[in-house]
Design a protein around this ligand. Structure first.
Ligand code: SAM
Length: 246
């Protein structure tokens, strides 16, 4: 296991320890609130929570952003479901393309990333229970899990899955389910380390009326798309239908 993974797990163990007491739970809740105030992701989430539909995150890893979103949703939209989707065992190994390899990046190294997360579903469920967040863990590769999520409507999607094919797995299935005015945030767009992300997003939106925009909050920024309101259909499309019905 790499040092960075060991540190992340140690950090999660410290949080679990903190949450063993009521005072610790209150302290952790307060820390998350502080983090929310500095997060452009949460700023955009807040804007979309009044719309109908659920919230979905594709790419959870150790649940850092899931906990932040859950924190804010508990305050502003406590009943709204939050779906946290990940394999919790890293990327689908055969779907990392040449297009995903940024400068000095190697496929064999990328294959090893994010594999140490098998303990995360249990930790997230404990977090949801403790703070009464309406959160749900969806474990598995997107190509299998997301088609089962396509009957729901979403007001907010956070796509943080790094590689080309994973982005398309998400957008192809879920974008139609985003309500008008809903927001999709891309963590890896315009990120030189993950060239496949920008490529997938640009291809997907090439024939759409919207393009990714950047939101800056202090030194942090995110890229997002806000789905336009449905355009009024021109009258001539409706007329023949009305005439037929009469
Ligand atoms: C950068 S991490 C997510 C980080 C997290 N959002 C955060 O802010 O802490 C990317 C995650 O995407 C997941 N992932 C990528 N492609 C996937 C796919 N096709 N199916 C399921 N999970 C996938 C990986 O397992 C990894 O945990």
């Amino acid at each position: 296991m790499k040092r960075v993974d060991r540190l992340r797990i140690r950090h999660d163990d410290e949080i679990a320890k903190l949450m063993e007491t009521e005072a610790g739970q209150a302290e952790y809740w307060r820390r998350l609130d502080d983090e929310c105030h500095q997060s452009p992701l949460i700023w955009l989430l807040e804007e979309s929570l009044e719309l109908e539909g659920d919230v979905i995150e594709c790419g959870v890893y150790r649940g850092g952003s899931t906990r932040l979103m859950g924190r804010r949703m508990r305050d502003l939209a406590p009943g709204k479901p939050l779906f946290a989707c990940d394999s919790f065992e890293g990327f689908p190994q055969d779907r990392i393309l040449d297009a995903d390899l940024g400068p000095f990046r190697f496929r064999f190294k990328i294959r090893r990333k994010f594999r140490h997360a098998m303990d995360v579903p249990g930790r997230l469920i404990a977090f949801f229970d403790t703070y009464r967040v309406n959160g749900h863990v969806v474990k598995g590769f997107f190509s299998e899990t997301l088609p089962r999520m396509r009957r729901r409507k979403y007001c907010f999607m956070f796509i943080d899955c790094d590689i080309y094919e994973s982005h398309l797995d998400c957008l192809n299935v879920l974008y139609d389910q985003l309500v008008p005015g809903g927001i999709v945030v891309f963590d890896d767009y315009a990120e030189p380390k993950w060239p496949g992300a920008s490529r997938a997003v640009d291809e997907f939106f090439a024939d759409q009326p919207v393009k990714p925009e950047q939101l800056m909050l202090g030194r942090k920024s995110v890229w997002f798309v806000r789905k336009p309101q449905a355009e009024q259909q021109p009258a001539e499309i409706y007329e023949p239908l009305l005439l037929k019905r009469a």
